[in-house]
Design a binder for this molecule. Structure first.
Ligand code: SAH
Length: 213
């Protein structure tokens, strides 16, 4: 579990790369510059950890591309103290970014292997999500709703209704929607019944899976 000047230098370069791609939120840039992404990946990928690319983690899943993590975090408009629900904990990297931004994070993972691994790993870096849950993200977490923001980090074939229902008024759902290619979509809840939808271009994610375990 080492972070070195070499890693820090590479992180600075990564921050420049995602800035050049259009990320401007200082809290997001600060988080990416601070979090040792190489520790979230298998050691064989160490040299690639600060390339702006997705990489395999356990259970056939991937750690999202840093630009994608940054874009989703920016679209979520996290304010310190916000209650955020993340669907798809994976490596925990996105979770760490949200926590660096000052969010209180509830996160759900449906692959038991990843859930167990990340549950042990995050606290070692000092990141303690409010809840890290093994379960099905399609259902959200009604017992802890409402959330100021919900972020889905896998490709959703459709928008799960419970995730909309669990948004606070003024809250935002950031979700990549689609089968092979996903459109990054943001729903802002303006009132009990009114949601405003905006789209932010194409991305590619591993699928949000239903009915397992
Ligand atoms: N945020 C992660 C991205 C991991 S990829 C990171 O930064 O590393 C997407 C994750 O969503 C995978 O770990 C996958 O197992 C998980 N996932 C897929 N379907 C899910 C579901 N229905 N509920 C919760 N998690 C799910």
């Amino acid at each position: 579990m080492k972070d070195s000047f070499k890693h820090q230098g590479k992180r600075k370069q990564l921050v420049d790369v995602i800035k050049a791609k259009g990320i401007t939120d200082p809290a997001v840039l600060n988080a990416i510059g601070k979090i040792p992404r190489h520790l979230f990946m298998d050691s064989s990928f160490l040299d690639h950890a600060y390339a702006d690319k997705a990489f395999p983690i356990a259970a056939d899943q991937t750690i999202s591309q840093p630009y994608t993590v940054a874009r989703q975090s920016e679209l979520l408009q996290v304010k310190p103290g916000d209650k955020i629900l993340e669907i798809g904990t994976g490596s925990g990297y996105q979770t760490a970014v949200l926590m660096e931004m000052g969010a209180t994070v509830f996160t759900i993972e449906r692959q038991n292997e990843l859930f167990k691994k990340t549950q042990l790993f995050l606290p070692k870096l000092g990141y303690r999500p409010k809840r890290l849950i093994f379960g099905d993200g399609y259902k959200g977490l009604p017992e802890f709703a409402p959330f100021n923001g919900v972020i889905v980090t896998a490709g959703a074939p459709f928008v799960p209704k419970p995730l909309m229902a669990q948004l606070a008024i003024g809250g935002r759902l950031v979700i990549p929607v689609g089968e092979k290619v996903q459109i990054m979509t943001v729903y802002t809840r303006e009132s009990e019944t009114k949601f405003v939808k905006k789209e932010y271009g194409e991305f590619r994610f591993v699928p949000l899976l239903e009915d397992k375990n």
